[in-house]
Ligand binder design. Sequence first.
Ligand code: NAP
Ligand code: SF4
Length: 676
Amino acid sequence: MSAGQTMFPRMLSPMRVGTHTLRNRIIMGSMHTRLEHEDRADQRQRAFYGARAAGGTALIITGGFSPNAAGMIEPGGPVMDANSDLAPHRAVVDEIHRHGGKILMQILHSGRYAKHDDVVGVSNIRSPINPRTPRPLTDAEIEQTIDDYVTAALQARKAGYDGVEIMGSEGYLINQFTAARTNNRTDQWGGSAENRQRFPVEIVRRVRGAAGPDLLLMYRISALDLVEGGSTAAEIDRLAAAVEAAGADILNTGIGWHEARVPTIAFSVPRAAFAFAVKRLKNAISIPVVASNRVNMPELAEQLLAEGSCDFVSMARPMLADPDFVRKAAQGRPDDINTCIACNQACLDFIFSDRTATCLVNPLAGREIEFDPALPANPKRIAVVGSGPAGMATAATAAARGHEVTLFEEQTELGGQIHLARRVPGKTEFNEMLRYFSRQIERNEVDVRLGTRATADLLAAEGFDHIVIATGILPRHPDIEGIDHPSVLRYIDVLLDRVSVGRRVAIIGAGGIGYDVAEFLTHDHSTEDPVEHFLKEYGVDPTIATPGGLREPQPSRSPREVTLFQRRPSRPGKGLGVSTGWILRNRLLGRGAGAVAGVTYEKIDDEGLHYSVDGERKVFAADNVVICAGQLPDKALEQELRSRGIAATTIGGADHAEELDALRAIQQGVRLAYDL
Ligand code: NAP
Ligand code: SF4
């Protein structure tokens, strides 16, 4: 038995599903990547999915393909119909099979979520997240849509896929049928639960009938809708039993519609917070059940399998973060897994802004063909100065590629700004980033010099071939009268608990760090189990006795009164991540925190923060004023080296402080390490 099999016996054991055997219990869940919009799209998709199969994933599910034009998520979105060219599909499928994996094509009809002009739905009830009003499908169109699912499944089989996943969660067309929230029809497709569930059950029945027993048929059910008027546990169990009877081999699960106001996958969701909904469902049916949502490490997957919550674990973002997740676990090296930190910054936020998904911690994701794996013929001696995300990523990657790397860090530990991020409630996943890069630095034998300030003299004396400056940022100290008043605190000291903070707090600056500090200061440090705390705060009913599994939220009480200030007149928090900003803003609102825009700062004194808005003078009586007014690049070393005529490359915050961000820092670092 290998080390990995001893550590993760259930996760690594094969299981029979329908007429297929899956080699272990890890599934790469479906994720829309937008790779199809890039140049050399076919090559990119083959490399992207192929890397995940080569890394040991048992089953891969593609992004959604619509069964017809109306179901497309956006104009030009992927469709699988009778006219589709199957050659690019075959290339991907063959690559997966070559690596011993299996692959399903997901069939997804967007319904009222579609971002194009011919939006159809079950009814004309508009989604709160789409300005377009859907046109209700006629009875004949519903029949035709079911036929289109069958055609898509048969085409998928012709292309070599092992099967299909029928996407029935997240609020897309199938969910719009199943929930009373969106289905007000009075014909055979609306009214009773049986009628509302007829559409998905008919799809599964007809696909199975047309494709025969060999097609691996997965149905993705919404195990918890998290919207008013959503399904109850009894309705969900009824649907699960009906799709099993209609011919589904395996049930995948989804949590929450896209329009739900409860976060489901962001960093603020505790790991495996929704496992209860999957476990409940597993007890209701006999076919295998797949868990998803906020499972990002093999230890947790093993635990869920061992406690009988599920038969498989599906991960989408963790597979972007590390294509070799399963292989590393199987080799007994879970510490070498590059862990998804649930930030959404380079995956979902990119997709929502019409960019192609990649990953903050793994810039190769979706860009595999842009990185030449061949190792450099002439390895160099490289100095990296600074060990924040940019420096650590550069040092680890360059050393893994054969260079001799020395990493200088002025502090006594590696990590730089990661130590601040990981202190923010809900951002503890940054610990994994620190663990991963530290481990790679150790594994690839980087010469780490802690507590060492790298001066131009020191660097010149050692005669490096290349110097990389990743010295990061210096927090901006704004020019406001009274800025040196004793009540004024630096955000670094606050986050590192170096100072005590009073009850009434003004925060100057409402950017990413201002919001992080507000979250930190208003967090209720109760000792309650984090999952229970989360479910209470967001009003999630773990019994799902209520429609959508919602009940009255119980927002936690803030220990402080906090207000954020900014000079710009725009909405505070506007620059936060698309898929996470609303969570931060709503949480703070629930805790009574305020935000004031369009201010002019007057002064800070014993009374507090004096400011004016539209010419009207005001005072915020603050015990403390915390400065989160952005950053300046730390260019001291760059200037010192330049004055001595020593060449160097500057990356991360030291390059562009206004974009101080792990996303940019790691991307720059890894790309540079490949170019050296
Ligand atoms: P930021 O997002 O650029 O915000 C800086 C804030 O300081 C702004 O609210 C700005 O507002 C204010 N400001 C700038 N100059 C000022 C001055 N001279 N006097 C007073 N106020 C001033 O910078 P950050 O908060 O330091 O964050 C840095 C980076 O980290 C950003 O790229 C951010 O995206 C990223 N980050 C993101 C998150 C997240 O999304 N959750 C968390 C942490 C960090 P006005 O100019 O309008 O006053
Ligand atoms: Fe995970 Fe963030 Fe990477 Fe997305 S960008 S896969 S959330 S680490």
